[in-house]
Design a binder for this molecule. Structure first.
Ligand code: ZN
Length: 301
């Protein structure tokens, strides 16, 4: 009897929405839905619903085992705007929530490790690669330390390296007792890639591995020399003839390095692509043409 009475009260009729308290109104913002869908589909299409760290693939049904992780938190719009003003993120990039270049696929375990600030992913300037750094020295993550993460920097939806840089600084803050540790080069990928064409970094496994962008003296100077290794805990172990090591330092202690990285990021395909996607064509034809040229750097003349 009482159950029936309660059930009769449950459905809310359309005319009753008008009487709901502020904040309880029914909202259906179609652009919000489509933006969220675009984030999901673009991150999944780029990462193939596989964890970028270990390669674990999503399974069907509920709890697929692989999630979409925001690199900078979905509520951090103030920080996001700050990064835009500093030229670390494109001015016309989507919001921190909807920008697919602020997201990656991670398995459940590595999502926890990422959100727990146990590791970070670092952009390596001369090689233009993303490398996994087990900064917290967590035992389960050690096999990935110094390995290349399968994220193609040439992909138009490749993550913004600046997002990872914020994650890095927070990870460093959570582990002030840990120091930068050397890792051997040549670099290998964090997992074996099934599809040889995937990620744009699959050629690391071949003979060209040693040639991938580390030959420049400037780059090596930064990574292996006194600048980049300023916070290193000492000489790398000597385990082989001609074995070379890389040591990453805190980029915020090297303003020149940070600035050079920022300039490099602005030349990546994802930068221009984000600006073009976010551009609204509301001006006159002439104004739009000028904005396009400013962004893309080409002229019809
Ligand atoms: Zn994983």
């Amino acid at each position: 009897m009482s159950t029936e009475a309660a059930l009769r009260l449950l459905p809310i009729q359309p005319h009753e929405f008008d009487s709901l308290l502020a904040g309880f109104e029914y909202e259906h913002d179609i652009s919000e839905v489509s933006n969220t869908t675009a984030f999901d589909t673009r991150v999944d299409a780029r990462d193939l619903r596989s964890c970028v760290v270990c390669g674990k693939k999503a399974v069907g049904g509920l709890h697929p085992g692989v999630k979409r992780a925001h690199i900078i938190g979905r509520t951090e719009d103030v920080l996001w705007d700050f990064l835009k003003r500093r030229g670390h993120v494109p001015h016309f990039a989507k919001s921190v929530v909807h920008e697919p270049r602020n997201g990656i696929n991670l398995c459940v375990a590595h999502h926890d490790d990422f959100d727990g600030y146990r590791f970070f992913i670092r952009w390596i300037p001369p090689a233009q690669l993303f490398v996994f750094i087990n900064f917290s020295q967590t035992q389960d993550l050690e096999r990935f330390h110094g390995k290349v993460v399968i994220l193609d920097p040439k992909h138009k939806h490749s993550p913004f390296p600046a997002s990872f840089l914020i994650q890095e600084m927070r990870t460093r803050g959570f582990h002030p007792w840990c120091t930068d540790r050397p890792f051997p080069r040549p670099l290998s990928t964090s997992y074996t890639v099934d599809d040889p064409g995937r990620g744009g970094v699959a050629d690391l496994g071949g003979d060209s591995e040693t040639e991938v962008g580390f030959g420049g003296s400037g780059g090596m100077g930064r990574l292996g020399g006194s600048d980049g290794a300023a916070s290193s805990s000492g000489e790398p172990p000597s385990t082989g003839i001609n074995q070379e090591y890389l040591v990453l330092g805190n980029p915020f202690q090297d303003p020149e390095l940070l600035e050079s990285m920022r300039r490099e990021w602005q030349q990546l395909p994802n930068w221009k692509s984000a600006n073009i996607e976010g551009l609204t064509w509301e001006g006159t034809a002439e104004e739009n043409a000028r904005r396009y040229i400013d962004l893309v750097g080409v002229s019809s003349h």
